[in-house]
Design a protein around this ligand. Structure first.
Ligand SMILES: C[S@@+](CC[C@H](N)C(=O)[O-])C[C@H]1O[C@@H](n2cnc3c(N)ncnc32)[C@H](O)[C@@H]1O
Length: 394
């Protein structure tokens, strides 16, 4: 079977193509073990995280110009500076406060946060990182230990969620990298989209969904006030509430800042959004065929932020605010970071202006990425959420 996108995407080089073939062999073996098909969530898990083969587990470049996509901390240090300034008061207020960053990517956000927190005299007791990718963990260690040797003792890489944490939890584009279930609304039920192997190619098949998925879709339908249209395809993340439960369980006092591509539940399951929110990235081309290029393309699914707010409430956290990335950066003081703009050399001015545009313009990251702030205990929330909160839309 020919895939629609194969024509418009750049050809992978021979090494990447061979790597993808090995990842595909691995997934075909899992499909065979499972008796002919696996859920899409399992497919996404293997394509991203199969040991030594998945996109995040293996050595693909991932971020930056030679990679497949860019994220806010990779675009500009201004992102990390604003986040650090918004977190400084709670780090100063909470006794023995630390930062815990999930999925720290190249380590760029940690680097900028630590530099800025030092300026503000708000260094955390520890800067903890929990990273599932061994490749990225090594990259983070190289970057941070070289750039910030004097903080070596404060930098801690964790293998699992700790029993307790005080201070700040941060995750940028991590929730959208957690595997999602895909479903198909049939007239008389909810089917699960599964992945099968047809003559060596991966194809979608569907069958009546397991109870957990059916219940999740029915609960969404109750919330939005009616059944989804027949043949409607979308995603549900069963992993996000589970992750949030685990993280909330360890947070004794402090706040969580979660940034991700996402929308409210009503927008997520709008009738005209009948093919879901899955996006694939290969060499800076976005497309929507998740079954090609396993192990060498990124797979993400936008986040239902209503589900995040619900899971937070179920776990005793307060929602302090919900904003677009652009609102967060503007209300959080990005302008103050540009005070010496007029004195910069012209090349730096152009570069900085382009970075600010990428971070804040609507139509791109500025509006598509949202930030939700969750908290436990009596703490001063980040000031960015005071002027422009959109929690009522969730
Ligand atoms: C899209 S990248 C974002 C990286 C980085 N935060 C940034 O903004 O550049 C997703 C990151 O989440 C990590 N990740 C995925 N699932 C995770 C989990 N359950 N716990 C911790 N990290 C995870 C990946 O390995 C990767 O580092």
């Amino acid at each position: 079977m020919q895939h629609d996108y194969a024509f418009s995407l750049p050809q992978p080089d021979a090494i990447s193509a061979a790597h993808s073939d090995r990842c595909a062999d691995y997934i075909r073996a899992r499909i065979q073990d499972a008796g002919g098909s696996i859920s899409f969530a399992e497919f996404m898990h293997y394509a991203l995280y199969a040991p030594g083969l998945g996109y995040y587990s293996a050595g693909a470049r991932k971020f930056g110009a030679d990679g497949d996509f860019v994220t806010a901390p990779e675009i500009s240090p201004l992102f990390g500076r604003v986040v650090a300034k918004q977190c400084a008061p709670v780090l100063q207020e909470v006794e023995a406060a630390s930062v815990l960053e999930f999925g720290a990517g190249s380590g760029g956000l940690a680097l900028e946060m630590l530099r800025t927190l030092q300026e503000l005299d708000a260094l955390p007791a520890e800067y903890r990182i929990l990273e599932v990718s061994a490749d990225l963990r090594e990259r983070q260690q190289r970057l941070l230990r070289d750039a910030l040797p004097r903080y070596a003792e404060r930098l801690v890489w964790l293998d699992r969620i700790p029993d307790s944490h005080r201070g700040v939890v941060i995750a940028n584009e991590v929730l959208d990298a957690l595997p999602v279930e895909r479903f198909l609304r049939r007239k008389n039920g909810v089917n699960q989209l599964r992945v099968a192997n047809e003559g060596g190619e991966f194809v979608f098949v569907d069958e009546p969904g397991p109870e957990l998925l059916v219940r999740a879709v029915e609960s969404i339908e109750r919330d939005i006030g009616g059944a989804l249209p027949e043949n409607y395809v979308s995603e549900v993340s069963l992993a996000v509430p589970a992750w949030l439960g685990d993280v909330a369980g360890m947070l004794e006092r402090g706040l969580m800042l979660l940034f991700d591509y996402g929308v409210s539940r009503r927008e997520y399951y709008a009738a005209d959004r009948s093919e879901g929110w899955l996006r694939c990235h290969f060499r800076h081309r976005a497309h929507s065929d998740p079954l090609i290029l396993p192990g060498i393309q990124d797979l993400t699914a936008w986040v239902d932020f209503t589900a995040v707010a619900e899971a937070a409430a179920d776990n005793g956290l307060q929602v302090l605010g919900y904003l677009s990335q652009s609102q967060f950066l503007l209300a959080g003081g990005i302008e103050a970071e540009l005070q010496d703009f007029a004195e910069m050399p012209i090349e730096s001015q152009l570069q900085t202006a382009a970075q600010v545009k990428m971070l804040t313009l609507p139509g791109e990251m500025g509006e598509n990425v949202k930030c939700i702030c969750l908290a436990r205990g009596n703490i001063s929330g980040p000031t960015a959420f005071v002027s422009a909160d959109r929690t009522h839309t969730l």
